[in-house]
Ligand binder design. Sequence first.
Ligand SMILES: C[S@@+](CC[C@H](N)C(=O)[O-])C[C@H]1O[C@@H](n2cnc3c(N)ncnc32)[C@H](O)[C@@H]1O
Length: 208
Amino acid sequence: MDKQTINFYNTNAKKLYHRYTSVKSMEGICIYFPIAFPNKRSKILDIGSGSGRDVLDLLKHGYDAYGVDASEQLICVSQINNPTLKERLFHSSLPKLEKITEKYDGILCSAVLMHIPKEHLFDSVYKIRELLNAGGRLLLSIPLNRSVDRETFRDEEGRLFYPYSGEYLQLLLERVGFQIIGKWINKDSLHRDLEWITMLFHYGGTDN
Ligand SMILES: C[S@@+](CC[C@H](N)C(=O)[O-])C[C@H]1O[C@@H](n2cnc3c(N)ncnc32)[C@H](O)[C@@H]1O
């Protein structure tokens, strides 16, 4: 976990809750849920669940959805606004995710991996794999052109945006047993001058 990044989410939790829940359902990563997780009864974990917006959307469509986030304040604001999330959001952070002990059929990791320092990326990817059942799916997104300080990779508010490329993440995930099954380039759902790459992976299990 990158402390400066999580401080930002904790300090700005209320404002960010409203920003993230303002995303229109036709523009968010949720448009990929039916393709990514075809079985609507599957158990899904949203890593870096933020406002809880996507956990709520998944629940609405019948999935057994949970979220985990490193920002205790964001979880708190989200649960105050949505009491149904009381038992469904956990406070824990990549790469360890110590509070998460069960396995899932699907993992969502939307706009999170750029906040993971390079030295924690491999362990984070490993942890994601460990939490997936064989045959499980991983849906992730990262920004493609975020402008940050060229040396620190931090924005003006101190958040880390490590410039991982889609190709780099794909290579790493394939190296640990994932297969890419979908890839899309998207505009920013908050209408900023940004592009995102969304990727869908299948995990066949340790024998594949
Ligand atoms: C840009 S927000 C995205 C929130 C949500 N996934 C969405 O798409 O709206 C990034 C989220 O990742 C969380 N986060 C950052 N580093 C994390 C880590 N190491 N482990 C778990 N969550 C983390 C932050 O607290 C924040 O809620």
